[in-house]
Design a protein around this ligand. Sequence first.
Ligand SMILES: Nc1ncnc2c1ncn2[C@@H]1O[C@H](COP(=O)(O)OP(=O)(O)OP(=O)(O)O)[C@@H](O)[C@H]1O
Length: 260
Amino acid sequence: MDTDRSGDAAVRVEGLHKRYGRKIAVEDVNLRVGSGEVFGILGANGAGKTTTVEVIAGLRRLRRRDRGTVRVLGLDPRRDRAALRRVLGVQLQSAYLHGALTVEELIGLYRGFYSDPRPADDLVELVGLGGQRRTRFERLSGGQQQRLSIALALAGRPRVVILDELTTGLDPRARRRMWAAIEHLRGEGTTILLVSHAMEEVERLCDRVALLDAGRVIASGTPAALVERSGARDLDEAFVTLTGRRPEDPFEEHSEEEAA
Ligand SMILES: Nc1ncnc2c1ncn2[C@@H]1O[C@H](COP(=O)(O)OP(=O)(O)OP(=O)(O)O)[C@@H](O)[C@H]1O
């Protein structure tokens, strides 16, 4: 039922526990993402998705009371930071980018970090920013900024990509373009970790998913297996059955009050 292609794991997480003070954000999370898989990480607000992928990316440290093993293509995100940077692409928060630089300049800057970068034209084409090459970052719409951050994550031809909320806030056309970009990367054999609230997107793109709830993986498998196992009609319904919560509408404005 579950076509697990994770035999040669590109990403391996074992027994991950992570807390912020007294708050346990992630509790005994185990994941194996096979080479070339598109793997979805689902869960309601606060489930521990971002914490998990930030630890995988080496952006969050495990402290004294945390524990767990993480390997990305055999690399330890804490110990092998420089090597990891060459093989892992992470969709950055747009706020970190320099507003006065143009799309072209930012892409040039990021390509400069790598020995064999993806051509600038390919990057622009992949995310549909051909008309905005000379536009300053601060003049881009929110959705365009988000697409640029995805292009920058792909500049170094990473073998593993982490995309946190790929299409949240994008209009339907841009969303379809990003889905096509994921299919393109899949065709190239890229391993993709996709954090998402959008069940339609996950059903369409992901080979397998892990469903997180209150810091734990409560179900994993192919989207079809999760639907079947929970007796639901689709992944949206399976999410509700398995977690007892509704997935947030990913295309609505995010509200911290509602999330609490
Ligand atoms: N820096 C921090 N300090 C304290 N608590 C934090 C911090 N970052 C996250 N948390 C808490 O840890 C838990 C997991 O957060 P995390 O951001 O990983 O969840 P998430 O599934 O990505 O949520 P969302 O869908 O809202 O992005 C939440 O309860 C959150 O409030």
